[in-house]
Every structure is written in C-alpha cells, then in structure tokens.
Design a protein around this ligand. Structure first.
Ligand code: BT5
Length: 251
C-alpha cells in the first residue's frame, strides 16, 4: 500500500487545479487534495461540476503512471471501475456508464452519482495524471444540480459518513491502479474484463454525438483493448474513443 498524503482544504475553486500546481512542484504519486467546498468544479469539455459545501466528496489524486503511453486512455475507465467497485461493496446498485460516469439504479431509473475528470499534466518529473473525482454523498433531492443526478443519501435513505466513503474509494483505487500498473498485459486484460462487467453501457442501444456533428447510433457491443466503445450499426462496427464522445445515451 503506497503512502497517501492527504491535504484537506476548507474551500477551493477546483481540486484538479490545486493538484496540478502540486504536481508541477514535484509532489509524489498518491498526493491527494480534498476540499470541503469546491466553488468552480470542472467537468469535461468545459462543463461544470456543482456541489454544495460539505455535501459531496470532491477530491483529486496524483498518479505518475509508468505504463506505456498507449495504455493511458484506460486511466479514466479504471477510476470509474474503482469507484463502482467501492460503491457496490458498500451495498449500492452502482454501474459505470461508458467511459466513466458512475450511476446508481433505483427502480427503472439510473442516475449519476459520480463524475470523473482525468487530466494529463506535464511536470519536471515527467507526465502525470490528475484524477479528479466528484461524488454526491449527502445531497437532498432539492440540492441536486440537475435532474439526472442522485446522491448516496438519496439512494440509501441514510446519511453515509463522508470520511468512510473516501477511504473506501481510495482503497479500491489503490488496488485497481497498482494491479494494472505492475501487472503488464495479463492485468490490462483483466481490467478490461472487470470494467466490462461493471459497465452498464455494454449491451445497450446508444447514441454517440461525435465532434463535427456526426451521430453514431447502434448497439454497444464491447470495450476494446484501448478502452474505446465498439458500437454496431447497420454499416458494421465502429469504435468510439473517449475523447470523441459528448454523450452516449442508453435507450
Ligand atoms: C464530469 O464531467 O462528470 C467530471 C466531473 C469531475 C468533478 C471532479 S470534483 C474534483 C475534481 N476537481 C474538479 O474541478 N473536477 C473534478 P461531465 O461528464 O462533463 O459532466 C458534467 C455534467 O454533469 C454537467 O454539465 C451537469 O449536467 C452534470 N452535473 C454537474 N454537477 C453534477 C453533480 N453534482 N452530480 C451529477 N451531475 C452533475
């Protein structure tokens, strides 16, 4: 188990931004920045991540992967898988929506409980990954920023302990990352299998909005070796890359 260095900030704009600065100043792997109140949380593609003070877990973890560059696209998926594994272990009906939104199922509905933003940062010590995780923990229905969201408290009907959930998430992230990072090809293949099992997108009808306005619609059939989602349409199979997709919606 690596040494975690956890820094807790009362309030900050974005933990990813703070950790990027720490990474450039040579912070070691497994430096973690947590905030009680994130005021300008960042989503992907310039979207925002909104959470009221003390109601969510908003934190970032610094990784310095040594795997070949071609494997880096798996990091966001690995993180989504690790969060899902922790939530399932804690009794939630959680699954990953490709590539890395974590959803909780209640009845017929699937709602987003966690968003992940992984950013590659160039540092004097080589490229690093800033892994940002936002998990809705204590929010009430009124406090949710969008209709498609949920929180652990809403899913369970009781208030979970935020510190306990943080430690659980860090535990599964450490385990999944170290196994993948040290285990070569067999571990990469095992991650693909485990990720695919926890991925609620595979087997569903999806619509991917591609850059430039093109739309791909069909059945998501698998996740390939590079982490892309393979979609079968009447024209055959196409692989959709994590960077290309704005939205994949299950029908
Ligand atoms: C994400 O983006 O889901 C990545 C969110 C990453 C947030 C973490 S918090 C710690 C770290 N520091 C940061 O600054 N960021 C990271 P995306 O897939 O683009 O989803 C953003 C969309 O999710 C928004 O446009 C809203 O529709 C929705 N959204 C915003 N806040 C939400 C919330 N609390 N729960 C569920 N959905 C939310």
């Amino acid at each position: 188990m690596p040494g975690l260095r956890v820094e807790v900030l009362e309030e900050t704009a974005s933990t990813n931004a703070v950790l990027t600065e720490r990474a450039k100043a040579s912070a070691p792997e497994w430096t973690v920045v947590v905030t009680e109140h994130q005021t300008r949380g960042r989503g992907r593609l310039d979207r925002t991540w909104e959470t009221p003070a003390r109601s969510a877990l908003t934190f970032s973890v610094l990784l310095r992967p040594t795997v070949p560059a071609a494997r880096w696209p798996w990091l966001p998926l690995l993180t989504g898988y690790a969060v899902t594994k922790a939530l399932v272990a804690d009794g939630y009906a959680a699954g990953v929506k490709w590539p890395n939104d974590v959803l909780i199922r209640t009845g017929e509905q699937e709602r987003k409980v966690c968003g992940i933003l992984v950013e590659r940062v160039e540092t004097p010590d080589g490229p690093a990954a800033v892994v940002g995780i936002g998990l809705n923990v204590a929010m009430t229905a009124e406090e949710l920023p969008v209709e498609t969201a949920t929180s652990l408290a809403i899913a369970k009907g009781t208030q979970p302990d935020r510190t306990g959930v943080l430690l659980l998430l860090l535990g599964t992230l450490v385990e999944a990352y170290e196994t993948w990072q040290l285990g070569g090809d067999p571990a990469a293949e095992r991650l693909r299998a485990s990720y695919s099992e926890s991925c609620v997108t595979v087997g569903r009808r999806v619509r991917a909005d591609l850059p430039g306005g093109a739309v791909l619609e069909g059945e998501a059939v698998r996740v390939d070796e590079t982490g892309r989602l393979v979609v079968r349409t009447s024209d055959g199979e196409s692989a959709v890359g994590a960077g290309d997709v704005v939205h994949v919606r299950a029908r």
